[in-house]
Ligand binder design. Structure first.
Ligand code: MEV
Length: 303
């Protein structure tokens, strides 16, 4: 049995596609997968079934992953604990968990570079231009700084993070949202590049806040990041409403997480997630809490 995490991006989504660093954290809800030898390869995720190379995205992604691992014929079953299209890394977690299950079944070492390469092949089908941050966060626990050149680097936290995650909805396509920002950059390069540089500065300061345990500072930076994301037209009324509810209930900061256009909001809590989860539930928002502790490798995550 193999597992991978879902993730939240605390700062830097979209900008990370253009080489800016992002800060992500693995969450405990994720994907469980197992593989067993079979006469022909197949994939089942809950009620969904695919064969490698059939005309579905799932079949194409499965074929790309098996090809990247030069895998023999395997029947793979996966259980998804995350809502898909919510920005919580469901697709990357599937890629990482299935790659790990394939390596486990074939008796190969769970080599992280092979897992990430296979997950990138899987993600490429859904996404077109993934930065790799989702797969890196799916493969690690704890908090990490990620950029396209250096890959993931663990961050040691000065204080644990208590997060509340709310589904602002509706599900959105990461591919379409990333394409939307690319089109905006073609039309208004100066405006978008200024936003990207702003996000770079916020991420740099957020790293210092995380290391120092300055959570109010981190929360403010998340709020500024949300403003810059709104300027890239990836926020929605539902996201702004969830962020507002969280801040009114005492969150230190709140923003969309992932590609936006719907999906999830992450709020940084001051000690407890209960007031924020309570406010969201009262407004009919599906939500859950998650804590991020320590650094990559030794970290634990809890929902
Ligand atoms: C999606 O979780 C994060 C984006 O930055 C896309 C990516 O980095 O691949 C929107």
């Amino acid at each position: 049995m193999a597992r991978a995490n879902g993730k939240v991006i605390l700062l830097g989504e979209h900008a990370v596609v253009y080489g800016v660093p992002a800060i992500a954290a693995g969450i405990e809800r994720g994907v469980e997968a197992r593989a067993r030898p079979a006469e022909s390869s197949s994939l089942r995720i809950g009620e969904r079934r695919a064969l490698p190379g059939d005309d579905s995205d799932l079949g194409r992604a499965f074929a790309a992953l098996l090809g990247a691992l030069a895998a023999p014929k395997l029947a793979v079953e996966a259980t998804l604990e995350l809502p898909p299209g919510s920005g919580l890394g469901a697709s990357a977690a599937l890629g990482v968990a299935i790659a790990r299950a394939v390596l486990e079944e074939t008796g190969s070492a769970p080599d992280s570079a092979r897992v990430l390469a296979a997950a990138a092949a899987w993600e490429g089908v859904y996404h077109g231009n993934p930065s790799g941050v989702d797969a890196a966060a799916a493969a690690h626990a704890g908090c990490l700084l990620f950029d396209k050149i250096n890959g993931p680097r663990p961050l040691t936290l000065g204080r644990d993070l208590i997060l509340a995650i709310g589904l602002a909805g509706p599900p959105a396509s990461t591919k379409l949202m990333v394409e939307g920002v690319a089109r905006l950059r073609e039309r208004r390069p100066a405006v978008v590049d200024k936003a990207l540089e702003g996000i770079r500065a916020l991420v740099g300061n957020a790293k210092l806040c995380l290391e120092a345990g300055d959570l109010p500072g981190l929360g403010s930076l998340m709020n500024y990041n949300q403003m810059l994301l709104s300027g890239l037209f990836v926020s929605t009324e539902g996201i702004e409403r969830c962020c507002g509810l969280a801040r009114d209930a005492g969150a230190l900061g709140a923003k969309l997480t992932g590609a936006g256009g719907g999906g999830a909001v992450v709020a940084l809590c001051d000690g407890t997630s209960e007031p924020i989860l309570g406010a969201w539930r009262a407004a009919g928002v599906e939500c859950f809490g998650s804590a991020v502790r320590g650094s990559v490798g030794e970290a634990s995550v809890r929902t």
